[in-house]
Design a protein around this ligand. Structure first.
Ligand code: C2E
Ligand code: MG
Ligand code: MG
Ligand code: MG
Length: 297
């Protein structure tokens, strides 16, 4: 897939899911020690305002620096961690660190952003189905809000459609609780699963992330364009903000901006950044690659 090929440049080992049982066992054990040693790293990919060009949020993306395997991307270990339940402590680690880092960044950027009439920097964190269904999840979020001091409405939780499709009462109640706390909920990879626009009125959804596979077809297929435009328009009517994922060309960016899609993310603007690079961008947030000249200051 396009997603997989984009990663091949920096990972050249056997994918975990194709590995044998012994190797999976070994990977589970080393995931265990990585979890207890907090041996993970977060990268941060900018989410930008497509009309004005500014930095709106970062999506936190986990990586596992592994002695023998190098920088292991999430697709090599998230599924395993979900199967084993290790995603629960791993996911809590990700949330805790993303919230703490963002709170630090907000302190350096709040005043200048306010002067320009912009909201504080947001952070968007991926939450897996198993993690969300864990009985302690809402308490973990509450605790992280308390300890990091992050404004709840600066925190976005990215859920996948698989969580919503069961129409489970507990899921519904937990989403209501989170929403009452002020936390914002996004549907990730919209269009790849059991997509239903009715989720947007059934659940307290603030944001919709349109999957890269739809963005790839913009400017190539009239139907794809119409689909993305339609989703954007309906979402807007329901007060849901759209984020276009995987924007790689200026043509895609321009088409999205023209149809009124408010937010975007992709290699055109920036790859996922190290914490140092992300911090530098916060200080210099007009310097994003791919922005029109007039938007740089
Ligand atoms: P996602 O949440 O849909 O994240 C977007 C993925 O697309 C990221 O891959 C990002 O690097 C990649 N991407 C962004 N822009 C472009 C682009 O323009 N072109 C291409 N080809 N790719 C782009 P990454 O970081 O490898 O993450 C893969 C997936 O792993 C994520 O997909 C998410 O589902 C999962 N993941 C990452 N971090 C976490 C985490 O902390 N917890 C959980 N549960 N899942 C995570
Ligand atoms: Mg995501
Ligand atoms: Mg996504
Ligand atoms: Mg994904």
């Amino acid at each position: 897939s396009a997603k997989a090929s984009g990663k091949r440049q920096w990972c050249q080992y056997q994918p975990a899911l194709q590995a044998g049982l012994a190797e999976r066992h070994e990977l589970n054990e080393s995931l265990d020690s990585a979890i207890s040693e907090s041996a993970f790293t977060l990268y941060y990919q900018p989410i930008v305002d497509l009309a004005g060009g500014g930095l709106v949020a970062f999506e936190a993306l986990v990586r596992w620096p592994h002695a023998r395997r190098g920088m292991v991307p999430p697709e090599e270990f998230i599924a395993l961690a979900e199967e084993s339940g290790q995603i629960v402590p791993l996911g809590a680690w990700v949330l805790e660190h993303a919230a703490a880092e963002t709170t630090r960044w907000q302190r350096t950027s709040l005043a200048p952003r306010a002067v320009r009439g912009r909201a504080p920097l947001h952070v968007s964190v991926n939450v897996s189905a198993r993690q969300f269904r864990d009985a302690g999840f809402v308490d973990v979020v509450r605790e992280i809000i308390d300890t990091s001091g992050i404004q709840p409405d600066s925190l976005i939780l990215e859920l996948t459609e698989s969580i919503l499709m069961r129409r489970d009462d507990r899921v519904r109640a937990d989403m209501a609780t989170l929403s009452d706390l002020g936390v914002r909920i996004a549907i990730d990879d919209f269009g790849t699963g059991y997509s239903s626009l009715s989720y947007l009125r059934e659940f307290p959804i603030s944001l919709l992330k349109i999957d890269k596979s739809f963005i790839d077809g913009l400017g190539v297929s009239q139907q794809q364009y119409a689909l993305v435009e339609g989703i954007t328009r309906i979402a807007d009517t329901l007060g849901v903000q759209v984020i276009a994922e995987g924007i790689e060309t200026t043509a895609q960016r321009d088409l999205l901006a023209a149809m009124g899609c408010p937010l975007g993310q992709g290699y055109l603007f920036a790859q996922p950044l190290t914490v140092e690079q992300a911090g530098a961008l916060v200080r210099e947030d007009a310097a994003l690659v791919g922005l029109p000249e007039r938007d740089r200051s």
